[in-house]
Design a protein around this ligand. Structure first.
Ligand code: NAG
Length: 293
């Protein structure tokens, strides 16, 4: 478009028009304010907004953790945010970012859980997928960067074909829709977006061996660039079946070859736990883990 304008715009009116266009698109590109899409659900006093409400800080101390949730529920779409995790000694802390249908017995849930560690030891990222009340699908990777040194983007893409968990642009987990093979896939229940920071030193770090060191408190995690795009439920009745939703587009239905390579690289080099290969827990290989599925 810019080229077109360069060719045709040589007068002052066009210049002004161009300035307008640029200003408007910059305004639109501004990330949403936290309170636009989210609300605090646990311990107001432990969540601080800054940068005009476009970023927040979560605090964990001996009194409390804290949490927030989206105002709406969504059926398919993509949610992403930038998070900078607790630096230094974060052992025993868990920072979670997840989607949940809030329907106890039949809940659908897509989890990112960042498990803290002692100074210098790697954070683990645990993911889990619940479909119709059945979870127990944990996988863990250790990150290839220090997630407390800077902000990184964590996102969940959810469409009719699959659920993909991304760290920056790297897919770290794919849960395919294999309903045709009798494997449950979350697609009926809308889900809210949640995040919490809390203490879980009975299991989080080295299986609970490493305890939280309250001398290092308070613990802080930072969030910004909140972005949710999806079908709001209740809402338009046709949204979820509209094939022109970008998250249902061809390029989002499968990992492209470059993304598939990155995904293989993560699994070969950074995966530290996979329920699919845990024979003690799963003597029978769960059907969704079978090769080729
Ligand atoms: C913490 O560090 C230990 C030692 O490097 C490692 O085995 C473990 O996977 C790391 N993550 C967690 C959450 O325990």
């Amino acid at each position: 478009m810019t080229c077109l304008f360069k060719r045709f715009c040589n007068n002052i009116v066009c210049t002004l028009f161009l300035i307008c266009v640029v200003t408007v698109s910059v305004a639109n590109a501004k990330p949403a304010a936290f309170l636009q899409d989210f609300q605090i659900t646990w311990s107001d006093s432990h969540i601080t907004q800054f940068d005009g409400g476009r970023a927040i800080r979560l605090l964990l101390d001996q009194n409390s953790g804290c949490g927030f949730s989206s105002r709406n529920k969504y059926l398919f779409g993509r949610v992403s945010m930038k998070i900078k995790l607790i630096p230094g000694d974060s052992a025993g802390t868990v920072t979670a970012f997840y989607m949940n249908s809030d329907t106890d017995q039949i809940r659908d849930e897509l989890d990112f859980e960042f498990l803290g560690n002692r100074s210098g030891q790697p954070y683990s990222v645990q993911t889990n997928v619940y479909a119709y009340g059945k979870g127990d699908r944990e996988q863990r990777i250790n990150l290839w960067f220090d997630p407390a040194a800077d902000f990184h983007t964590y996102s969940i893409l959810w469409n009719h074909q699959h659920v993909v968990f991304y760290v920056d642009e790297v897919p770290i987990r794919v849960y395919k829709n294999n309903e045709a093979k009798g494997i449950p896939f979350p697609k009926m229940q809308p889900m809210g977006v949640y995040s919490t920071l809390w203490e879980a030193d009975d299991w989080a770090t080295r299986g609970g061996l490493e305890k939280i060191d309250w001398n290092k408190a308070p613990f802080y995690a930072y969030y910004k660039d909140f972005d949710i795009e999806g079908c709001i439920i209740p809402g338009s009745t046709t949204c979820t079946s509209n094939p022109s939703n970008w998250w249902e587009g061809v390029t989002y239905q499968h990992l492209d070859p470059a993304a598939a390579r990155l995904y293989r690289w993560v699994r070969m080099n950074h995966m530290v736990y996979d329920y699919c290969t845990d024979r003690r827990r799963n003597p029978v290989i769960p059907p969704e883990c079978m090769a080729g599925i």
